[in-house]
Design a protein around this ligand. Sequence first.
Ligand code: ADE
Length: 237
Amino acid sequence: MRIDILTLFPEMFESPLSHSILARAQQAGVVDIVLTNIRDFTTDSYKKVDDKPYGGGPGMVMMAQPVFDCFEHVEKLSPQKGRVILLTPQGQKFNQTKAVKLSAEKRLILISGRYEGFDERIRIGLGAEQISIGDYVLSGGELAAMVVVDAVVRLLGGALGDEDSAKDDSFSEGLLEYPQYTRPEVFRGMKVPDILLSGDHGKIAEWRRQRAVERTKKTRPDLLKENQNTLKITEGD
Ligand code: ADE
Protein backbone atom coordinates (compact mmCIF):
# COMPACT_ATOMS: atom_id res chain seq x y z
CA MET A 1 0.00 0.00 0.00
CA ARG A 2 1.06 3.58 -0.62
CA ILE A 3 -0.07 6.34 1.74
CA ASP A 4 0.47 9.98 0.82
CA ILE A 5 0.01 12.54 3.57
CA LEU A 6 -0.44 16.22 2.69
CA THR A 7 0.26 18.41 5.70
CA LEU A 8 1.65 21.75 6.87
CA PHE A 9 3.67 19.92 9.56
CA PRO A 10 5.47 16.89 8.09
CA GLU A 11 7.90 16.92 11.06
CA MET A 12 5.03 15.96 13.37
CA PHE A 13 4.94 12.54 11.70
CA GLU A 14 8.62 11.74 12.12
CA SER A 15 8.48 10.05 15.50
CA PRO A 16 5.31 7.94 15.08
CA LEU A 17 6.48 6.76 11.65
CA SER A 18 9.94 5.79 12.83
CA HIS A 19 9.00 3.49 15.71
CA SER A 20 7.53 0.05 16.28
CA ILE A 21 5.05 -1.41 13.80
CA LEU A 22 4.89 1.59 11.46
CA ALA A 23 8.68 1.64 11.14
CA ARG A 24 8.87 -2.12 10.58
CA ALA A 25 6.06 -2.12 8.03
CA GLN A 26 7.88 0.53 5.98
CA GLN A 27 11.21 -1.29 6.23
CA ALA A 28 9.54 -4.53 5.14
CA GLY A 29 7.99 -2.78 2.11
CA VAL A 30 4.45 -3.46 3.34
CA VAL A 31 3.65 0.24 3.13
CA ASP A 32 5.25 3.27 1.54
CA ILE A 33 4.38 6.48 3.40
CA VAL A 34 5.18 9.76 1.65
CA LEU A 35 4.83 13.18 3.31
CA THR A 36 4.36 16.35 1.29
CA ASN A 37 4.29 19.87 2.71
CA ILE A 38 1.31 21.87 1.49
CA ARG A 39 3.20 25.12 2.18
CA ASP A 40 5.66 24.28 -0.63
CA PHE A 41 2.79 24.94 -3.06
CA THR A 42 1.96 28.51 -2.06
CA THR A 43 2.38 31.19 -4.68
CA ASP A 44 3.03 34.32 -2.59
CA SER A 45 6.17 35.41 -0.74
CA TYR A 46 4.49 35.00 2.70
CA LYS A 47 3.71 31.35 1.92
CA LYS A 48 0.13 31.97 2.91
CA VAL A 49 -2.10 28.90 3.25
CA ASP A 50 -5.11 30.34 5.08
CA ASP A 51 -7.43 33.33 4.87
CA LYS A 52 -10.48 34.88 6.55
CA PRO A 53 -13.83 33.16 6.00
CA TYR A 54 -16.30 34.77 3.58
CA GLY A 55 -19.37 35.84 5.54
CA GLY A 56 -17.27 36.71 8.58
CA GLY A 57 -16.68 34.74 11.75
CA PRO A 58 -13.71 33.76 13.85
CA GLY A 59 -10.60 31.92 12.72
CA MET A 60 -9.04 31.23 9.38
CA VAL A 61 -9.83 28.79 6.59
CA MET A 62 -7.38 26.65 4.56
CA MET A 63 -7.20 28.09 1.04
CA ALA A 64 -8.06 25.90 -1.92
CA GLN A 65 -5.11 26.80 -4.20
CA PRO A 66 -2.14 25.42 -2.18
CA VAL A 67 -4.05 22.23 -1.34
CA PHE A 68 -5.13 21.69 -4.98
CA ASP A 69 -1.62 22.31 -6.34
CA CYS A 70 -0.08 20.05 -3.69
CA PHE A 71 -2.65 17.34 -4.42
CA GLU A 72 -2.08 17.50 -8.17
CA HIS A 73 1.68 17.16 -7.63
CA VAL A 74 1.25 14.22 -5.22
CA GLU A 75 -1.28 12.44 -7.41
CA LYS A 76 1.29 12.22 -10.22
CA LEU A 77 3.93 10.63 -7.96
CA SER A 78 2.35 7.24 -8.61
CA PRO A 79 0.17 5.86 -11.45
CA GLN A 80 -2.08 4.20 -8.83
CA LYS A 81 -5.28 6.16 -8.19
CA GLY A 82 -5.85 6.91 -4.52
CA ARG A 83 -8.79 7.17 -2.16
CA VAL A 84 -8.77 10.81 -1.03
CA ILE A 85 -9.53 11.55 2.62
CA LEU A 86 -9.78 14.85 4.47
CA LEU A 87 -9.25 14.64 8.22
CA THR A 88 -11.84 16.88 9.83
CA PRO A 89 -14.23 16.81 12.81
CA GLN A 90 -17.05 17.16 10.21
CA GLY A 91 -16.27 13.70 8.83
CA GLN A 92 -17.76 10.26 9.35
CA LYS A 93 -16.57 8.72 12.60
CA PHE A 94 -13.56 6.43 12.15
CA ASN A 95 -13.82 2.92 13.57
CA GLN A 96 -12.37 -0.56 13.09
CA THR A 97 -14.78 -1.41 10.26
CA LYS A 98 -13.57 1.66 8.38
CA ALA A 99 -9.93 0.75 9.11
CA VAL A 100 -10.51 -2.71 7.61
CA LYS A 101 -12.11 -1.18 4.50
CA LEU A 102 -9.25 1.29 4.03
CA SER A 103 -6.67 -1.49 4.50
CA ALA A 104 -7.98 -3.09 1.29
CA GLU A 105 -7.06 -0.02 -0.79
CA LYS A 106 -3.85 0.18 -2.82
CA ARG A 107 -3.35 3.88 -2.18
CA LEU A 108 -4.65 6.42 0.33
CA ILE A 109 -4.16 10.18 0.03
CA LEU A 110 -4.72 11.82 3.42
CA ILE A 111 -5.04 15.59 3.76
CA SER A 112 -4.53 17.12 7.21
CA GLY A 113 -5.93 20.58 7.76
CA ARG A 114 -5.27 23.32 10.29
CA TYR A 115 -7.25 26.39 11.31
CA GLU A 116 -11.07 26.46 11.33
CA GLY A 117 -11.37 24.09 8.40
CA PHE A 118 -10.99 23.62 4.65
CA ASP A 119 -12.48 25.80 1.92
CA GLU A 120 -15.45 23.62 0.91
CA ARG A 121 -14.22 23.58 -2.71
CA ILE A 122 -11.32 21.34 -1.61
CA ARG A 123 -13.73 18.56 -0.59
CA ILE A 124 -15.88 19.01 -3.68
CA GLY A 125 -13.09 19.49 -6.22
CA LEU A 126 -10.94 16.60 -5.02
CA GLY A 127 -13.88 14.24 -4.54
CA ALA A 128 -12.67 13.64 -1.00
CA GLU A 129 -14.43 11.78 1.76
CA GLN A 130 -14.15 13.19 5.26
CA ILE A 131 -13.07 11.26 8.33
CA SER A 132 -13.23 12.33 11.97
CA ILE A 133 -11.47 10.31 14.66
CA GLY A 134 -13.94 11.38 17.34
CA ASP A 135 -16.31 14.03 18.59
CA TYR A 136 -13.72 16.52 19.77
CA VAL A 137 -11.70 19.21 18.03
CA LEU A 138 -7.95 18.80 17.64
CA SER A 139 -5.62 21.65 16.70
CA GLY A 140 -5.16 20.04 13.31
CA GLY A 141 -5.64 16.88 11.30
CA GLU A 142 -2.09 15.55 11.79
CA LEU A 143 -2.81 13.49 14.90
CA ALA A 144 -5.99 12.21 13.24
CA ALA A 145 -4.01 11.16 10.14
CA MET A 146 -1.54 9.30 12.36
CA VAL A 147 -4.39 7.47 14.07
CA VAL A 148 -5.83 6.39 10.71
CA VAL A 149 -2.41 5.35 9.35
CA ASP A 150 -1.61 3.31 12.47
CA ALA A 151 -4.98 1.54 12.57
CA VAL A 152 -4.82 0.72 8.84
CA VAL A 153 -1.17 -0.33 8.54
CA ARG A 154 -1.30 -2.82 11.41
CA LEU A 155 -4.02 -4.66 9.45
CA LEU A 156 -1.82 -5.12 6.37
CA GLY A 157 -0.40 -8.60 5.86
CA GLY A 158 3.16 -8.77 7.13
CA ALA A 159 2.91 -5.64 9.31
CA LEU A 160 2.50 -7.50 12.60
CA GLY A 161 4.93 -10.11 13.84
CA ASP A 162 2.15 -12.49 14.86
CA GLU A 163 -0.47 -12.72 12.11
CA ASP A 164 -3.16 -13.65 14.61
CA SER A 165 -2.88 -10.64 16.82
CA ALA A 166 -4.99 -8.29 14.68
CA LYS A 167 -7.77 -10.88 14.46
CA ASP A 168 -8.35 -10.91 18.23
CA ASP A 169 -8.18 -7.13 18.64
CA SER A 170 -10.92 -5.27 20.41
CA PHE A 171 -13.74 -4.42 17.91
CA SER A 172 -12.55 -6.95 15.32
CA GLU A 173 -15.70 -8.96 16.04
CA GLY A 174 -17.76 -6.13 17.44
CA LEU A 175 -16.64 -6.89 21.00
CA LEU A 176 -14.04 -5.46 23.31
CA GLU A 177 -11.10 -7.76 23.89
CA TYR A 178 -11.18 -10.29 26.74
CA PRO A 179 -8.86 -9.80 29.77
CA GLN A 180 -5.27 -10.90 29.20
CA TYR A 181 -2.66 -12.14 31.68
CA THR A 182 1.03 -12.97 31.50
CA ARG A 183 3.62 -14.19 34.00
CA PRO A 184 3.75 -14.41 37.00
CA GLU A 185 0.75 -16.54 37.98
CA VAL A 186 0.29 -14.51 41.17
CA PHE A 187 1.06 -10.79 41.34
CA ARG A 188 0.46 -8.86 44.57
CA GLY A 189 -2.06 -11.44 45.66
CA MET A 190 -3.97 -11.36 42.34
CA LYS A 191 -4.12 -14.74 40.65
CA VAL A 192 -4.47 -15.61 36.98
CA PRO A 193 -7.89 -17.32 36.46
CA ASP A 194 -7.45 -21.13 36.74
CA ILE A 195 -9.10 -21.75 33.40
CA LEU A 196 -6.26 -20.00 31.55
CA LEU A 197 -3.79 -22.43 33.12
CA SER A 198 -5.94 -25.49 32.38
CA GLY A 199 -4.70 -26.10 28.83
CA ASP A 200 -8.30 -26.79 27.75
CA HIS A 201 -8.49 -24.65 24.58
CA GLY A 202 -12.24 -25.10 24.11
CA LYS A 203 -13.01 -23.94 27.64
CA ILE A 204 -10.52 -21.07 27.36
CA ALA A 205 -12.15 -19.85 24.13
CA GLU A 206 -15.60 -20.02 25.77
CA TRP A 207 -14.36 -18.16 28.89
CA ARG A 208 -12.76 -15.47 26.75
CA ARG A 209 -15.90 -14.93 24.74
CA GLN A 210 -18.02 -14.68 27.88
CA ARG A 211 -15.64 -12.13 29.41
CA ALA A 212 -15.58 -10.16 26.13
CA VAL A 213 -19.39 -10.01 26.03
CA GLU A 214 -19.57 -9.13 29.74
CA ARG A 215 -17.03 -6.33 29.36
CA THR A 216 -18.69 -4.94 26.26
CA LYS A 217 -22.13 -5.01 27.94
CA LYS A 218 -20.74 -3.07 30.86
CA THR A 219 -18.65 -0.39 29.17
CA ARG A 220 -19.84 -0.25 25.54
CA PRO A 221 -23.46 -1.47 25.30
CA ASP A 222 -23.74 0.59 22.10
CA LEU A 223 -21.37 -1.88 20.38
CA LEU A 224 -23.56 -4.85 21.33
CA LYS A 225 -26.64 -3.16 19.91
CA GLU A 226 -24.83 -2.40 16.66
CA ASN A 227 -23.61 -5.96 16.22
CA GLN A 228 -26.43 -8.01 17.76
CA ASN A 229 -27.24 -9.90 14.56
CA THR A 230 -23.72 -10.90 13.61
CA LEU A 231 -22.66 -11.79 17.17
CA LYS A 232 -25.52 -14.21 17.89
CA ILE A 233 -25.44 -13.40 21.59
CA THR A 234 -27.80 -15.54 23.60
CA GLU A 235 -29.52 -14.65 26.86
CA GLY A 236 -27.04 -16.77 28.83
CA ASP A 237 -24.05 -14.73 27.61
N1 ADE B 1 -9.09 17.79 12.90
C1 ADE B 1 -9.45 18.42 14.03
N2 ADE B 1 -10.17 17.63 14.82
C2 ADE B 1 -10.31 16.44 14.17
C3 ADE B 1 -10.97 15.22 14.46
N3 ADE B 1 -11.66 15.04 15.59
N4 ADE B 1 -10.88 14.22 13.58
C4 ADE B 1 -10.20 14.40 12.41
N5 ADE B 1 -9.57 15.53 12.07
C5 ADE B 1 -9.61 16.54 12.95
